[in-house]
Write a protein that binds this ligand. Structure first.
Ligand SMILES: Cc1ncc(COP(=O)(O)O)c(C=O)c1O
Length: 481
């Protein structure tokens, strides 16, 4: 008889940090959604004909159109004979030539240095300089395989115990789940600070102080993560709030990690994007000397090119020896040029007078205008639902409405061994085919319940989604009255 197969790698001997990684949105819903999709395909009768997943920021997957200029540049770099094709405009060809000339062997199929293609770093620095009106040294800019990749590289630098205490990283709650998962993976302590829902999800300094003081008992706080504009909360921080945050970070000796990937998605008339770099620099010394890494991505904004996995970071005031070690540590990891190529048309868009300018401006405006009206439609409609309140989506691409459940609904959830928001999301999915992500996956103040829904759904689809949700919601509220 053959010996029983024994696995070498088991749950008992894998990296405990990987085992511990919490991704509460994964699992239950992903598996159930896949099952429902299979059932629909196989003709099983359901109260709906398709699954709508307005829970992610995967722009093109949900309906956002690609920008023609970006795709033209990408097509040419992938297939250079298109340089001779008269259907392609000269400015797209010029950007493609810049990229190809900078690639090893003149091919997009080659590796690049870990810091990224130099000319694109220089152009990204010019983009930052224009955005902030403050000089930017291109050597402070590095390209990464998506902002997530760049953020992980910086966070890795902080993995070190001091006197038996782990390093701590302050993260906003609710938060983009990437942070809690990454901190678990790296064995870094999560210091959660709650955003202030009653003040449009702004950052409350007293709350930050509370959370850091408590955390100091068990970890050494080292990093402050700020997501602005916010995911999943859709706020755009005011300049005054940013100044207060910088003062707090200075007082507590924290490295600032500013996640600014949604900087092009600003909808509210009263909101304006201020980069942490700009505010910090304009505050003057000692703040202007603080250590900061900020991140931008081609995944969001009007480009929405999530699949190319490209972003860039600017790191300021890092100790030169640390910078050298950081670059040394990254350099064995040669990078893909393809994603980086997608950054070139983003940081070097068509200029007035170039052949693609008008179409580019129109497409960009159409996308941003649609996102703005979708955000308004979503929030205005949800606020009419019984028991639901939703802050204005000032920016980014998500709303995070709060829902007040009756005691009977909370009891019903308990019987199913679920939190009320997960129970509600499950019921919504099973009855309407709409997947709204329950708030527990993002974190929320205890005994408050939320869900996350993206503003990306095109208006027609969003109207249908909201109509179906409204019908279900009324029935749910009546059922548990
Ligand atoms: C706040 C925030 N940071 C980072 C990312 C990841 O960006 P990338 O696709 O460039 O890795 C996302 C993606 O949704 C995000 O919302």
């Amino acid at each position: 008889m053959a010996a029983e197969h024994k696995y070498f790698l088991t749950l008992n001997n894998i990296n405990p940090n990987i085992k511990k990684m919490e991704y509460p949105l994964c699992g239950l819903f992903e598996a159930r959604i896949a099952e429902l999709e299979r059932e629909i395909k196989n003709g099983v009768k359901k109260p709906f004909t398709e699954i709508i997943k307005p829970d992610t920021g995967d722009c093109h997957a949900i309906g956002q159109s690609p920008i023609t200029f970006i795709r033209q540049v990408m097509s040419i770099v992938l297939y250079p004979p298109l340089l001779d094709d008269p259907k392609f405009p000269d400015d797209a060809k010029q950007r493609a030539r810049v990229i190809l000339n900078a690639c090893r062997g003149g091919s997009i199929g080659s590796y690049t240095d870990a810091t990224g293609i130099e000319i694109i770093r220089k152009h990204a620095a010019e983009f930052i300089e224009k955005r902030d009106g403050i000089p930017c040294n291109w050597e402070d800019v590095t390209l990464c395989g998506g902002a997530a990749d760049g953020i992980k590289k910086i966070l890795k630098l902080f993995i070190k115990e001091t006197n038996g205490k782990r390093a701590g990283v302050m993260i906003p709650i609710p938060q983009y789940y990437f942070y809690s998962v990454t901190l678990d993976e790296f064995g870094l302590h999560k210091i959660r600070y709650y955003l202030d829902e009653s003040q449009k999800w702004s950052v409350n300094i007293e709350e930050m102080q509370r959370s850091i003081d408590k955390a100091k008992e068990i970890c050494i706080p080292k990093v402050l993560v700020i997501i602005n504009p916010g995911n999943p909360t859709g706020q755009v921080l005011t300049r005054k709030n940013i100044e207060e945050i910088i003062q707090f970070a200075y007082k507590e000796n924290l490295y600032i990690l500013a996640d600014e990937v949604h900087q092009n998605n600003i909808y509210s008339e009263n909101s304006k994007f201020y980069s942490f770099k700009k505010v910090m620099t304009e505050m003057g010394k000692p703040y202007a000397d603080m250590e900061l890494s900020s991140f931008m991505s081609c995944s969001k904004g009007y480009s929405g090119e999530c699949g190319f996995r490209a972003g860039f970071s600017e790191t300021l005031n890092m100790c030169p020896e640390v910078k050298a070690v950081f670059h040394k540590a990254s350099s064995p990891m040669l990078c893909s040029a393809t994603g980086q190529a997608c950054l070139e048309p983003l940081v070097c868009p068509p200029e007035s007078g170039e052949p693609s300018y008008e179409l580019f401006i129109k497409e960009k405006k159409d996308i941003l205008d649609s996102l703005k009206s979708q955000a308004k439609l979503l929030v205005d409609t949800l606020n009419k639902f019984e028991g639901i309140s939703c802050n204005e989506v000032q920016g980014a691409m998500y709303a995070f409405p709060q829902i007040k459940f009756s005691l009977r609904a909370i009891e019903a959830a308990k019987e199913q061994n679920q939190s009320p928001d997960k129970f509600y999301a499950t019921e919504v999915l099973e009855n309407t085919g709409i997947y709204i992500a329950p708030g527990e996956g993002f974190g929320q103040v205890p005994r408050t319940y939320h869900f996350c829904v993206t503003t990306l759904l095109p208006v027609n689809k969003m109207k249908i989604m909201l109509k179906n949700l409204e019908v279900f919601h009324k029935e749910f509220m009546d059922r548990y009255r």
